[in-house]
Design a protein around this ligand. Structure first.
Ligand code: GRG
Length: 311
């Protein structure tokens, strides 16, 4: 068992990357171009935050209930959320959306393969995520199969129109990219947009881990609460880094929110107060864990890492 956060993250990253490589189809099962395009984005050096949350949540509830090896049960869900996250980045970077040319330190997928293949690679990754959730982990245990079905629903809802897709639609409206159907976001509107666009998948990532790890309803609900706060902190820091960071460190374009007049936390509250808000979220998340008896393990250090990260 890891004894520092960086050790936990390194171990988890190796297992997730190895599993993603194994789970994703390659030729002759699928055409080489789509296999190459999906892998180009998937193995471009993402932080793997969402799968880490899945595995850390599974570990936290399993410790509490004294259950061995929660990673094996939670690994497919951890990979599925990363597949969905990567699809969302590919589509977000398209000219019809955020129109970006740099992601994870490399030219974006549509720059390399063209818009059509980039759209299809995103579609492919999303479909593979749900195929994976339906298939793995393979078991005859009815309790585990029930958890799989529940997780499938949780992730689908987070990815769809009530979650990430809905949030992205509001974002396009706020950016004046919905053919005149514009909206103006105040602080509450901004929070709501982010809760859907990035928060929902982050919450589902942790919740899925808690479910696959065999958490009781109370524990799953505490993990959901924790992850909602962590997701908000993550987004606030993302906005701060968009102002303070540079493209070389971030691996994506910096200064985009201001350049495109997008609503953001620094624009509404300034940098210092935005950072204070993010730290406040992490502290509240730690309190939620404490109250639920989940203070041991990696969920708390991950919250601290999120608010101190540089990329
Ligand atoms: C296309 C349906 C659809 C949705 C796109 C998530 C998203 C919705 C767009 C991404 C826009 C963006 C940059 C949002 C800020 C928060 C965010 C998701 C940052 C990227 O996530 P990281 O930092 O990325 O976890 P890595 O590359 O480390 O995985």
């Amino acid at each position: 068992m890891a004894d520092s956060l960086s050790q936990f993250l390194d171990n988890a990253r190796v297992r997730v990357d190895e599993a993603l490589e194994r789970y994703l189809p390659r030729p002759p099962a699928c055409p080489a171009i789509i296999s190459d395009a999906m892998r180009y984005s998937l193995f471009a050096g993402g932080k793997r935050l969402r799968p880490m949350l899945t595995l850390a949540a599974a570990d936290a509830v399993a410790r509490k209930r004294d259950r061995p090896d929660p990673f094996t049960l939670a690994l497919p869900a951890a990979c599925a959320v990363e597949l969905i996250h990567t699809y969302s980045l590919i589509h977000d970077d398209l000219p019809a959306m955020d129109n970006d040319t740099l992601r994870r330190g490399r030219p974006t997928l549509h720059v390399v393969y063209g818009d059509g293949i980039a759209i299809l690679a995103g579609d492919g990754l999303q479909a593979e995520a749900f195929a994976l959730l339906a298939r793995e982990p393979q078991t005859d245990d009815p309790a585990v199969n029930q958890r799989k079905l529940r997780v499938l629903g949780v992730i689908a809802e987070a990815a769809g129109s009530t979650g990430m897709v809905g949030g992205q639609a509001i974002d396009l409206q706020a950016a004046g990219q919905a053919n005149g159907r514009d909206v103006t976001l105040d602080a509450e509107g901004l929070r709501g947009m982010h809760a859907r666009k990035t928060g929902a998948l982050i919450t589902a990532s942790a919740e899925s881990g808690a479910i696959m790890g065999g958490g009781t309803d109370d524990l799953v609900s505490a993990v959901r609460h924790y992850a909602g706060l962590v997701g908000l902190a993550f987004q606030i820091i993302d906005d701060v880094l968009d102002v303070e960071g540079d493209a070389a460190t971030l691996g994506k374009s910096a200064g985009k929110d201001a350049a495109t007049a997008k609503p953001s936390y620094p624009a509404l509250f300034g940098l210092a107060q935005s950072r204070a808000l993010a730290h406040g979220c992490a502290e509240r998340a730690a309190e939620v864990l404490e109250k639920a008896g989940l203070a041991e393990g990696w969920l708390r250090p991950i919250a601290d890492w999120i608010v101190t990260r540089r990329n």
